[in-house]
Design a protein around this ligand. Sequence first.
Ligand SMILES: [Zn+2]
Length: 423
Amino acid sequence: MQGVVIVAEDRLARRPGDYERFVEAITYQDGRVFADARGTKDLYSEDTESMGLFGAVISKMEVRKMQRRMRRSHRMRAEQGLPVGGTRPFGWKPDRLALDPQEAPLVRQAILDLIAGRSLYSITNQWRQEGVKTSLGNEWLPSSLKLTVQNPRVCGWREINGELVRDSTGNPVVGQWEPIVSPEQWMAVKNIFDARKGHFIYRDGRVGHILTPDFREPNYLLTGFLRCGRSKPDGSLCNASLRVTHSKDCIQHIYLCPTKTAGGCGGVGRRGDMVDLYISEAVLAKLEEVQLAASADPVEWSGKAEYEDAKSRLEELRVQWTAGNITNELFFSVAPDLEKRIARLRTEAQNFTAAAQRRQARSDTDITEIRRRWYLAEEDGGLPLTIKRSYIREALLAVIIYPSGKGRRKFNPDLLEPIWREG
Ligand SMILES: [Zn+2]
């Protein structure tokens, strides 16, 4: 909530104490606005309270003053880069400055895994199995992990009311505690979650459309990627998404085109283990190719000069204004535009850095290690299915499976056609 506008006072407060409670609630956070028919009112100022239509109680005023002092001290400590009270943040020792040698590496790995495409659900699951508890001794939930990794504290920054605490030049204040990851890594994670707002998130981390959620959790490597390549009488492809099925005489799963009533043609099926193996190899080969390309070209953000220029111009403007060399009128007509431009460029810079970070993470990833872990069982250190699926998703859009003719035939990889993502 940013504020409240009321059109009729009697709708706000009917009984004694209503107004009091309302002021209490609205001033609980700094920066909210209030307006009634007569105009805006600063509910944070004592004046308004003493004018209070419904008789403000002095003791309540005192409480509010105290709360305000506390909030101010919070902000001041934040601006000085000092940690504030409250629950011990997971990853740090009780002094909130030094890293906890057990917890910090877990947070770091979780952030790297999230950037690589692993889901909150999968990480939480692993932590619960390993007996990792929150700093209050509770079981981890995807929601609590999300709060932890999204908190800018992990990279040494601080947030108040959802905004980064910045110094006078607009740069985030760096805290005095040891960071767990770099600001770029934190931004990469933050961007992942911001991009998903308002969308349905699958348990493997995929972003779905809110209107067509698919609640089934895929248990197979290629569920959702495979398409039927059988030609229909009119010459077009069936293109139905293949389902997984099992048959009595085969321990392996089978990918199968659904029946006509289920929207397919029922005419294509293939041994699951062989398809999984062949597509895994194709994707791993693609990853190696991408890694080579990524390590070759480091790119610089094209807006850097404009950003620096805008920042120094604003700073110069401030200096001149403070010195009285330019009028208020000029300052306030120019400064807001400049500030807006700086904010836009800052967002651009963050997005660019996050993208670069993901590219870097990809090129830093040791493909031989991925290849080794790809075929191991998860309990032996193998990659979780969600991670493998995210590598596949990054590499390809779909795989078309062409019919192999009647009866059981020898597996022919030429009848699988991966549709690779561009670029
Ligand atoms: Zn089909």
